[in-house]
Design a protein around this ligand. Structure first.
Ligand SMILES: Cc1cc2nc3c(=O)[nH]c(=O)nc-3n(C[C@H](O)[C@H](O)[C@H](O)COP(=O)(O)OP(=O)(O)OC[C@H]3O[C@@H](n4cnc5c(N)ncnc54)[C@H](O)[C@@H]3O)c2cc1C
Length: 483
């Protein structure tokens, strides 16, 4: 009888545990190929690619430790897929369904190719908590406001099925994945990813993180033990390490969000005083974003609220560059942009503040901010990034009302009251008092006493916050009249 071969195509599920596509392949096949196809032209961004490179190496090491192998091909996606399928001749290809770019496009190409060659292509929806299309409102339409979605999701959570932890019931089954490549290079990190990984900036960013499945689980346990119970109270203060920092691990599927949910439920059963709901709510935001991207894929490039297509955004490369470099002269914004540059990450509260300044005070299109985040965030994620930017810009689902501009000074005073976060990332003004550090230009006397020359040691603010607020509101008002 002919040997049954399955190719497990990894997109963003760089783990061994809780991975149904891999488990099913191992259980139903004699031979399993675990493959990743890297198309440099379709990469989300540079920081994201640096993480990807390290995560692939971590996955390969885990597979090898259990007698298996990871195959990696680089080139145009369709060419890589074709080459691997023609070489290994699998009867079936298993993969986990993902949303956004580049995944939608690659999944369509895989479908066309497999159909034409009569190879069974099976998607698994295991990266979702709820299959797309199963949480809808009374009109059978997707929810576009978070709170009712959250309530509906809470009702369905009791039906959520856990995923099997181990890749296979039989020890040694991963040996089935020890398949030689056509070329030696297929078992090495693709050249483009290796080049990115070798860059000094990539090393600088990655030293802040423990990339890979083991790192993801230890990050989760560290968070549960130290911060989960205080999450609701502390999560908005960027100087505290109060959030999980799991977003890049979740983006790369190094840990399954569903497995996290069941881990929390088990802990809650042991210790009913554990306050898991506020944090689980954030994981539901993630689900919300993923489902929105499934329903409204065009929102990756266009505003959900179509009237914003008429918005008169400014084109200002200079403002954009000042914002990117963290030189706006508004300390909380500069702190966030510099944290991003140094670590590939920015605290959620600060993401909202910097995004509001760019889109509402500087009137730059949200896509400019999204592109910069795509390139610099290690957790850059098609659905979360789009939802975050459109929410702040006021053009997305459940968006911040157009008249709500985050006032960076008030936000800074409230969420970084001692200026600790600012001092960490904007050392030029660290001598300023907790009162003055949020707005040095309003505290010139103290700047003078502390020897800080505004415009020389630290920039004056790029924009007048109250004038620009008024101007932005006028623009949106006129937009309302156009429509
Ligand atoms: C303008 C803007 C852009 C953003 N871009 C991204 C992005 O590219 N990738 C990304 O993962 N998140 C993005 N977010 C959402 C959020 O900022 C990050 O998920 C969060 O800061 C990650 O930190 P954490 O893992 O410590 O989160 P925690 O507070 O510990 O939350 C746990 C997990 O829940 C999910 N989550 C939390 N907040 C949100 C949210 N608002 N929307 C969707 N999911 C959420 C994340 O997966 C996160 O890891 C963006 C937010 C804004 C305002």
């Amino acid at each position: 009888m002919k040997e049954k071969t399955t190719l497990v195509w990894c997109q963003r599920e760089l783990r061994l545990q809780h991975f149904p596509a891999l488990q099913s392949a191992l259980q139903s096949s004699d031979k399993v190929i675990v493959a990743y196809f890297h198309d440099p032209e379709m990469a989300i961004g540079e920081a994201n690619s640096a993480w990807l490179a390290k995560s692939l190496l971590a996955l390969q090491t885990s597979l090898r430790e259990q007698g298996g192998e990871l195959i990696m091909l680089e080139g145009k996606f369709a060419d890589c897929l074709k080459e691997a399928l023609e070489f290994y001749r699998p009867q079936q290809v298993f993969y986990s369904f993902e949303v956004g770019t580049p995944f939608f496009g690659q999944q369509n190409q895989a479908l066309d190719f497999c159909q034409s060659r009569k190879i069974a292509l099976q998607p698994f929806f295991s990266e979702f908590w709820f299959d797309p299309g199963t949480i809808v409102n009374q009109q059978n339409k997707p929810y576009v406001v978070f709170t009712p979605f959250y309530k509906a999701a809470q009702k369905k959570l009791s039906m959520l099925q856990p995923l099997q932890a181990e890749p296979s019931n039989q020890i040694g089954d991963l040996g089935k994945t020890k398949v030689a490549g056509k070329f030696d290079s297929w078992t090495k990190l693709p050249p483009n990813l290796q080049e990115i990984l070798d860059k000094p900036w990539a090393q600088k960013i990655l030293k802040h993180w423990n990339v890979g499945e083991t790192g993801a689980w230890s990050r989760l346990h560290h968070f549960i033990e130290n911060h989960l119970n205080d999450y609701d109270e502390d999560r908005d203060f960027p100087a505290l390490e109060a959030t999980s920092l799991l977003s890049p691990h979740l983006h790369f599927g190094e840990i399954s969000s569903r497995a996290i949910y069941f881990e929390l439920q088990a802990l809650k059963e042991q210790d009913p005083s554990l306050n898991i709901d506020p944090w689980v709510r954030q994981l539901v935001w993630r689900e919300f974003a993923r489902l929105l991207m499934w329903y409204f894929p065009n929102t990756e490039h266009s505003p959900f609220q179509t009237k914003f297509e008429q918005m008169a955004w400014d084109v200002g490369p200079q403002d954009l560059s000042v914002w990117q470099k963290g030189q706006t002269g508004i300390p909380i914004v500069d702190a966030g942009m510099r944290q991003l540059w140094e670590t590939g990450f920015m605290h959620n509260r600060v993401r909202m503040i910097v995004a509001s300044l760019l889109t509402k005070n500087l009137n730059q299109c949200w896509l400019e901010g999204k592109h910069w985040f795509d390139d610099t965030l290690v957790d850059a994620d098609p659905s979360n990034n789009v939802m975050g930017w459109q929410w702040v810009a006021g053009c997305g689902v459940d968006a911040a009302p157009y008249y709500r501009l985050f006032n960076p000074l008030r936000q800074s005073e409230r969420f970084d009251p001692d200026g600790e976060y600012i001092r960490q990332w904007v050392p030029e003004i660290k001598a300023l008092s907790a009162k003055a550090i949020h707005a040095p230009w309003e505290n010139l006397k103290e700047c003078h006493i502390k020897g800080i020359a505004l415009g020389k040691d630290y920039p004056r603010p790029i924009v007048d916050l109250s004038e620009s607020r008024k101007e932005h509101l006028e623009r949106v008002e006129s937009l309302k009249q156009v429509v």
